[in-house]
Design a protein around this ligand. Structure first.
Ligand code: AMP
Length: 358
């Protein structure tokens, strides 16, 4: 089976690493000359709206999937005429726009921060008067890793901020005084079979994920699954869908969803029976899903900007390095390490050892 992937970054690369043993081959559509997934499949180097290359991709592959959500809606609509596309155009439409995803949470009675659609500076000021400060202003689309957002703490922060974010449609959210951030990676097959990985506790710095630790029997696991299940069923979703939640007052508030494999699920390559990458491919290909059970205690440390010398990472026991083969650049995700240990005390020691290399 040949899989077409829109986007050729590290998520595409890890999909190919998981799918190759299943007998799958891959073609990646990505305009970047140095797309790091290209080493593991065919690289169609073209813009996402280049219809000639989209048609070529559709003709060559059995189905198309995505490794990022900011794909233009027209691209998905065009491809869908010729080849099965998973997740669906509707799932992407909702997940790529913060207003649509928060509205969906609200409609499905999933707690989420107070929010308002912002189309102008005057609209921002009116919404601040309503929601109050602190608050967070985010561009509705295309934001990632803390880009395209600003925390507003005082009146001075509000002045000129709509223009600062590019005068594009934005969402104002009430600031959530969370006690923790957790994510749930879910997978739903073409036949509706659904599985969930254990909740992961995430630590961000400057909006970028730094550390994910997979939990054991988290008290909020059932609640997170309940919320996620509502979204999966509503969308008739196929593939991996990641949910980011704030932990607040002993409950959860949904922050966002990502319609793809997710950075907080990278630990599953070594830390779960079947990784999020393999399960995404199983789901879109109509295969039975694999077990999402944890194997030992796991954590993932992101390498941002640069990967420490390989020999140093390799010297840490229980450590698995994933070097994405990307050029090093400040703020860019260029690799990660998964630590998988038999007990949580050892895991804590290993996390400190790897973080000391960063
Ligand atoms: P996001 O791009 O929405 O995932 O936001 C990036 C990070 O900013 C989150 O992981 C949080 O640490 C923080 N953040 C985003 N939205 C809020 C909010 N409404 N209240 C508090 N912190 C937030």
């Amino acid at each position: 089976m040949k899989i077409g992937v829109i986007g050729g970054g590290q998520l595409g690369r890890m999909l190919a690493l998981a799918g190759t043993p299943l007998g799958m081959s891959f073609a990646f559509l990505d305009p970047a000359p140095d797309a790091c997934a290209a080493a593991l499949g065919e690289h169609l180097r073209a813009d996402y709206n280049d219809q000639a290359h989209l048609r070529q991709l559709a003709d060559e592959v059995d189905l198309v999937t995505f490794e990022f959500e900011s794909v233009p809606a027209e691209t998905v609509a065009f491809l869908s005429q010729f080849v099965p596309v998973f997740p669906s155009a509707e799932s992407l439409r909702v997940a790529r726009d913060r207003l649509f995803e928060k509205t969906l949470f609200q409609n499905l009675s999933i707690p989420t921060p107070a929010f308002a659609d912002i189309q102008s500076q005057a609209g921002l000021e009116a919404a601040v008067a309503n929601i109050g400060l602190p608050a967070v202003l985010k561009t509705r689309t295309l934001g990632y890793d803390g880009k395209g957002q600003k925390v507003l703490r005082s009146g001075a922060d509000v002045e000129g901020t709509f223009a600062e974010l590019g005068s594009v449609p934005c969402l104002l959210e009430g600031f959530v005084p969370f006690t923790g951030e957790v994510s749930l990676v879910a997978v739903r097959g073409r036949d509706g079979e659904t599985r969930f990985y254990p909740l992961v506790h995430n630590t961000h710095e400057n909006g970028i994920l730094r550390l994910s630790v997979a939990s054991d029997a988290h008290p909020l696991q059932a609640l997170a699954e309940e919320y996620a299940g509502r979204v999966l069923e509503h969308l008739g979703y196929v593939g991996v869908l990641a949910f980011e939640f704030f932990e607040v007052d002993g409950g959860l508030k949904a922050n966002e969803i990502a319609p793809r494999v997710h950075n907080s699920g990278h630990w599953t390559i070594e830390g779960a029976e079947c990784s999020q990458f393999e399960n995404h491919l199983r789901a879109v290909a109509g295969l039975p899903l694999g077990s999402t059970a944890k194997v030992g205690e796991s954590a993932m440390v992101n390498f941002i900007g640069e990967v420490p010398p390989v020999a140093q990472v390799a010297a840490v026991a229980d450590c698995h390095l994933h070097h994405y083969g990307k050029a090093f650049k400040a703020g860019r995700k260029v690799g990660h390490a998964t630590l998988r240990c038999s007990d949580s005390d050892t895991l804590k020691k290993r996390i400190v050892q790897v973080q000391a290399l960063v």
